[in-house]
Design a protein around this ligand. Structure first.
Ligand code: ADP
Ligand code: MG
Ligand code: MG
Length: 251
């Protein structure tokens, strides 16, 4: 599904290299988790994959279903099946959530060569998805994320993901700042979307999310590289012993 090889990334306007040779292979239907200390480059990796500006790829490759994505525009990456749920969801004053979702959904369908859905059909679909995620109908009328609580913003990200039906879903610390119930809702939302044709990359600080979204592979990232890979037990080891111990072993 996603193949990243020797990816090197620097800041565009500064002489600072952040990713120093990232390798990652995610098969179709697999769920991979990335954990790692603050500042190791996890968000940078997700931004570069989604096509955020401000970063230069200086070496390496990234392909989605065999297609080079690094040369694509962000919307082309989305049309190819990539979705990023933000660590810090953006507030968009003046744009109603329902309008935003309908526009995104129909743009995605158009890019895939599928017919636009009627206003009524979109409304029905969005309402049903919101209900599954326990999102208040009132939140659909409000501007995107404006005045939403942390938990509501994260659930709104998962709702976008559910509607757009991406193939490769990247969740950047979607659990951070959530109470246990909100985290469980997010995890249930993700688990409901698990499918043999859909893969997930879950970036998290906390092992407890991985009790709910059980990953196939856990990677540990530190200083711009993957320093360890393992099964779910690796997340438990990190939770118990911290990253310092692991970095020492690697060194
Ligand atoms: P993580 O998500 O693992 O906490 P980040 O990818 O956010 O790490 O950051 C990796 C490193 O790159 C940090 O040292 C961070 O300060 C730096 N960095 C990322 N983006 C920028 C930017 N736009 N300007 C300056 N420094 C940045
Ligand atoms: Mg961080
Ligand atoms: Mg981050």
């Amino acid at each position: 599904m996603l193949e990243i090889s020797n990816l090197h990334v620097k800041l565009a306007d500064e002489d600072k290299t952040i990713l120093k040779g990232v390798d990652l292979n995610i098969g179709a239907g697999e769920v991979h988790a990335i954990m790692g200390p603050n500042g190791s480059g996890k968000s940078t990796l997700s931004y570069v994959l989604a096509g955020k500006s401000g970063y230069d790829v200086t070496d390496g490759t990234a392909t989605l279903l065999g297609e080079d994505i690094l040369g694509m525009e962000p919307e082309e990456r989305a049309a190819a099946g990539l979705f990023l749920a933000f660590q810090y969801p953006v507030e968009i004053p003046g744009v109603g959530n329902m309008t935003f979702l309908r526009t995104a959904l129909n743009a995605q369908r158009q890019a895939r060569g599928e017919p636009e859905l009627s206003a009524g059909a979109v409304l029905k679909l969005i309402r049903a998805t919101a209900k599954d995620l326990k999102i208040d109908a009132e939140m659909l009328k409000r501007p995107v994320n404006v005045g939403f609580s942390g938990g509501e913003k994260k659930r709104n990200e998962i709702m976008q993901m559910a509607l757009l039906e991406p193939k490769m879903c990247i969740l950047d610390e979607t659990d951070s700042g959530l109470d246990v119930d909100a985290m469980k809702l997010v995890a249930d939302g993700v688990n409901a979307l698990r499918d043999k044709g859909r893969s997930f990359l879950v970036i998290t600080h906390y092992q407890r999310l991985l009790d709910h979204i059980r990953p196939d592979v856990v990677h540990i990232m530190s200083e711009g590289r993957m320093i360890a890979n393992g099964g779910p037990e690796l997340a438990i080891e990190v939770e118990t012993n911290g990253y310092a111990d692991l970095k020492l072993q690697v060194a």
